[in-house]
Design a protein around this ligand. Structure first.
Ligand code: FPP
Length: 232
């Protein structure tokens, strides 16, 4: 969800103004997923590296997170959305953790969209925490190193049972993954929107992104002919 700061700066406002306006884009994206019956949406809300931003901005984002969760959770629940979060949640302020916990608890049995907020998250952090958990199992002889495979490793990642990423959309014009879901995006389709800052992102952009995704041929290392024969 990139470009909030620049969007605000263009209007002569503080960066936090852009983050506040990003909430409308979040709502539109969640609604669009509902309309298309997309089962998983993961939003890169706050990265491990974002802790290095000025204190006033970090505090502003945390306050916004708490306020938005409290305000939106009842509506998410009504719409059968299951709220989750991935990341080093212990590093979040206690009131943010509490607000999230309440949201998880209320929505845990919902069967519609799984909305995951990546908070204090980075792909490298995720891989390291999975390795640590697995190494501990090996140490306790609960698993042997030869038995570790991709499927088992993936279960130790913060995303747990969430399938790998099909489509990764980045607004704001930068063409990089910025330490997001590194393992989970090994075969993702990447879409970089050069002319859209996150506060401007609307359902129409999302639908267009999905239409572009549908035109891509996902070969997963195979040839185009093999893929065509498989789908016959
Ligand atoms: C990146 O834009 C955006 C963030 C670091 C924060 C995004 C957070 C929100 C929109 C609040 C979300 C809350 C919920 C509940 C999902 P940037 O600041 O890097 O923009 P820039 O590239 O223009 O500087």
């Amino acid at each position: 969800m990139d470009g909030n700061g620049r969007w605000a700066k263009k209007r002569g406002a503080m960066r936090i103004f852009g983050h506040h306006h990003g909430i409308k884009a979040v709502r539109e994206t969640v609604e669009a997923c509902g309309e298309l019956q997309i089962p998983y949406l993961t939003l890169y809300t706050f990265s491990t590296e974002n802790w290095n931003r000025p204190k006033i901005e970090v505090e502003g984002i945390m306050q916004l997170l708490i306020g938005t969760i409290a305000k939106e959770v009842p509506d998410l629940h009504k719409n059968n959305v299951r709220l989750k979060a991935i990341g080093d949640l212990d590093s979040l302020p206690e009131n943010a953790r509490n607000a999230l916990e309440k949201g998880f608890e209320l929505t845990k049995n919902n069967t519609g969209l799984t909305l995951s907020l990546a908070l204090s998250y980075s792909g490298k952090w995720d891989i390291i925490q999975a390795v640590r958990k697995l190494a501990d199992k090996v140490k306790k002889s609960e698993i042997s190193p030869e038995d570790i495979n991709e499927a088992i490793f993936a279960r130790y990642l913060a995303t747990e049972e969430t399938p790998d990423v099909d489509l990764m959309i980045r607004t704001g014009g930068d063409h990089r993954i910025s330490n997001y879901l590194l393992w989970q995006s090994a075969y993702s389709e990447l879409l970089f929107l050069d002319d859209v800052l996150w506060p401007e992102f609307r359902k129409a952009h999302f639908f267009k992104a999905i239409a572009l995704y549908q035109q891509r041929e996902r070969r997963f290392g195979k040839t185009g002919d093999q893929i065509k024969n498989e789908t016959k």
